[in-house]
Each structure stands twice: as structure tokens, then as C-alpha cells.
Design a protein around this ligand. Structure first.
Ligand code: 5GP
Ligand code: ZN
Length: 114
């Protein structure tokens, strides 16, 4: 996925404010933050979205969640609370076709989401 924006960030070709990384995942600040803390956690390998992952998920899902919770602790919102979001497909509001988990914190979230 040569032109995928998140693949390019993972390869260091597009600058991003990286906050954490692991062997399978990368965490960086969202360009258009929707909360005081808004970090994206992506697999460094390209997957279009959650539905495509299949058996690779046995390693990938815990890696993504581990890094998300590491970010939450590191950025100081573990106690006040936070929200993890995975938008999938057009109805789910996914705008970048590279799997990612949003880490949102630093303000009170509302429910239901829009
Ligand atoms: P989605 O709508 O697909 O769930 O989330 C995509 C997110 O990626 C959006 O929140 C958007 O602001 C963010 N985003 C899109 N392009 C870039 C970029 O080039 N750099 C960074 N850091 N975030 C981006
Ligand atoms: Zn990609």
C-alpha cells in the first residue's frame, strides 16, 4: 500500500508526533484532535480494516490494545478515563483505510456517539 497515508507515517515518510511504538504497532497524535488527548494506534503492517485481519488478529489485536493502554497510562488519562474507538467502513465513519484505534481522553465523553 505505497500511497496509504498511515503506511507512509509508519515508514517515516510523512511526519507524525509519535508517542509510542512496539514491534507490531505505532501510536501518534491525530492531525485533527477531537479531544485534548487524541492518539491513533495503527498496525505498522497495512490492513484495510478490522474485517480483513482474520487469523493474524491473534497477535495483532492484543498488540493494538496493549499499545493503546500504554498510551493512556503514559499520557496521564488512565485514572480520569478515556475512550477507545475503532471506526469501520462507511457507516462506521472510517475515513482512512488503514486499520486504526482512536485513543480519546482529557474530557468527558458523551454517549451515544454521533
Ligand atoms: P477515521 O475517520 O478513519 O476513523 O480516522 C482517521 C483519522 O486520521 C482522523 O481522525 C484524521 O484526523 C486522522 N488523519 C488523517 N490523515 C492524517 C495524517 O496525515 N496524520 C495524522 N496524524 N492523522 C491523520
Ligand atoms: Zn496503510
Amino acid at each position: 500500500m505505497i500511497d496509504c497515508v498511515f503506511c507512509r507515517i509508519a515508514r517515516g515518510e510523512i511526519p507524525a508526533r509519535v508517542v509510542a511504538r512496539s514491534d507490531l504497532a505505532l501510536a501518534f497524535h491525530d492531525l485533527n484532535p477531537q479531544a485534548p488527548l487524541h492518539v491513533l494506534v495503527i498496525p505498522t503492517e497495512h490492513w484495510n480494516g478490522a474485517n480483513e485481519v482474520g487469523p493474524a488478529g491473534a497477535r495483532l489485536w492484543p498488540a493494538l490494545l496493549d499499545l493503546a493502554v500504554q498510551v493512556v497510562r503514559q499520557e496521564g488519562v488512565a485514572d480520569s478515563g478515556y475512550r477507545l474507538v475503532l471506526n469501520s467502513g462507511s457507516d462506521g465513519g472510517q475515513s482512512v483505510a488503514h486499520l486504526h484505534v482512536h485513543v480519546l481522553g482529557g474530557r468527558r465523553m458523551t454517549w451515544p456517539p454521533g
